[in-house]
Design a binder for this molecule. Structure first.
Ligand code: FDA
Ligand code: NAD
Length: 434
């Protein structure tokens, strides 16, 4: 079987891999030194597009339009770019075995890849309802969304089940973004999730009430506090009904499930230190194994601002951690070190005409400000999180770029607050002063 050898190998060909490749090129790379091995069939792209513009009924985004690094306003790295730089893009290749002691990766087809430095950028996979034995969950037209192939299957189903009924299972990021896109594609949408409000990992009940109200005004039915416990299908094996724990039954032509992700670390189990479900790294994304780095969704890294180890499943961190790791790789070759990673958590989402950003940490007391009436023609509202007398997190719906910058600064600077009630009245003007 074929054996190839590289100085640097990135396993995984998603967001982090693409940003790492750009950083390698920036820092200086000789042809043939770097390989990216990906099970996907396409060059690294901006994954967030898959649950948004890729599924729009009008003028949908398509590759090559959203290859990295356009999502952060950078150069678009087309497949030719990798060729020009002498970076080997090894696509449609799944690594099924990793031996970190021998510095060897083996693909499903049996090829062997040797490396001196390895960057693990395998991202996450979806949690499936079949993983916890939900009856009938293997029926046709029950979809998950992680990779471009998943999105293409969904688009085929949009055509086959035109104007049909869609049930979304899960009220997190995928649930909210897909609920919107399915409604835009003319589906009759119901959303089901177990918690008392959507996105409980981040949203307060007040923030969630706005989005739930907005979605309801769009005709989306929201069923909270229960879960899907089974599915029935027709004689073709296609899903027909969703059975809920509370006894209700929903008709469905298609079902989209978004019940969370799981970092893809299994290849390295027992070979590298893990923490909080991810691969433990230092502030340069070095793992416990010399010459092995981990970035993006799989990395559990020191979040300096909060003096705590965290794992972050968002694109901004995937980009920045990849750049940090490559800088550290290059610096260590010259016997130098890099500055510690000093990350300010940044999450965002967009659906319909809505767009929110969040910076910092969502712990402590909260203060809501602005117009959060879902029926307003131009709603704009936000929330500050206050802990130990300081603002440590800020959320804003409908902000301008300047306003978003201002709330980011608040989360970074952590200004003291004497009177939280005043903050409600001050709203964005508080952020503008920082
Ligand atoms: P990523 O998942 O991007 O890449 C991992 C790559 O590794 C994939 O190409 C995979 O095929 C490959 N791979 C895995 N195992 C392998 C193996 N054994 N062999 C070979 N290849 C392997 N975040 C945000 O902040 N805002 C947003 O709007 C969105 N929107 C969004 C939409 C959708 C649909 C998803 C699924 C996710 C988001 N996210 C997001 C999250 C964000 O996309 C995510 O955090 C980053 O893509 C993580 O980047 P990574 O490079 O770590 O993994
Ligand atoms: P999530 O963790 O955001 O949400 C999962 C949701 O599923 C939660 O509301 C949870 O309560 C619910 N749930 C759990 N078990 C359930 C069950 N049995 N039945 C019904 N609901 C159940 O995960 P996700 O939305 O699946 O997203 C997957 C990954 O993609 C995450 O890493 C996420 O960060 C990423 N993503 C991010 C964005 C963004 O940042 N804008 C957009 C899309 C996806």
């Amino acid at each position: 079987m074929a054996e190839k050898s590289f100085k640097y190998v990135i396993v995984g060909g998603g967001v982090a891999a693409g940003y790492a490749a750009r950083e390698f090129a920036k820092q200086g790379l000789k042809p043939g030194e770097l390989a990216i091995i990906s099970k996907e069939a396409v060059a690294p792209y901006e994954r967030p597009a898959l649950s948004k513009a890729y599924l729009f009924p009008e003028s949908p985004a398509r590759l090559p339009g959203f290859h990295v690094c356009v999502g952060s306003g950078g150069e678009r790295l087309l497949p030719e770019w990798y060729k020009e730089k002498g970076i080997e893009l090894i696509l449609r290749t799944e690594i099924v075995k990793a031996d970190l002691a021998a510095k060897i990766l083996i693909s499903a087809a049996g090829e062997t890849f040797k490396y001196q430095i390895l960057i693990i950028a395998t991202g996450s996979s979806v949690i499936r309802l079949t993983d916890f034995g939900v009856q009938g969950a293997d029926a046709k037209n029950i979809f998950y969304l992680r990779e471009i192939d998943d999105a293409d299957k969904l688009i085929e189903a949009f055509k086959a089940k035109k104007n049909g009924k869609a049930v979304i299972v899960g009220g997190g990021y995928i649930g909210l973004e897909l609920g919107a896109v399915l409604q835009m594609n003319n589906f009759d949408v119901s959303m089901v999730y177990p918690e008392p409000w959507c996105m409980p990992r981040l949203f307060t009940s007040e923030i969630a009430a706005f989005y739930e109200g907005y979605y309801k005004n769009k005709g989306i039915k929201i069923i909270k506090g229960t879960v899907a416990v089974g599915f029935t299908s027709d004689s073709n094996g296609e899903v027909k009904e969703v059975k809920l724990k509370d006894g209700r039954v929903l008709e469905a032509d298609i079902v989209v499930v978004g019940v969370g992700g799981r970092p893809l670390t299994t290849l390295f189990k027992g070979q590298v230190e893990e923490e909080k479900g991810g691969i433990k790294t230092d502030a340069s994304f070095k793992t416990s194994v010399t010459g092995v780095y981990a970035v993006g969704d799989v990395a559990t890294f020191p979040l300096k601002l909060y003096n705590e180890l965290r794992r972050v499943e968002h694109v901004d961190h995937a980009r920045k951690s990849a750049e940090q790791a490559v800088k550290a790789v290059k610096a260590s070759e010259e016997g130098k070190t890099v500055e510690e990673y000093d990350y300010l958590p940044f999450f965002y989402s967009r659906s319909f005409d809505l767009s929110w950003q969040f910076y910092g940490d969502n712990v402590g007391d909260t203060v809501l400000f602005g117009d959060n009436n879902p029926a307003s023609p131009k709603p704009k509202f936000g929330t500050y999180w206050i802990k130990d007398g300081k603002v440590i997190g800020a959320f804003l719906e409908g902000g301008t770029p300047e306003e978003n910058k201002a709330i980011a600064k608040v989360a970074k600077v952590q200004p003291p607050v004497e009177n939280p009630d005043l903050l409600t009245k001050e709203g964005l003007s508080f952020a503008a002063k920082i």
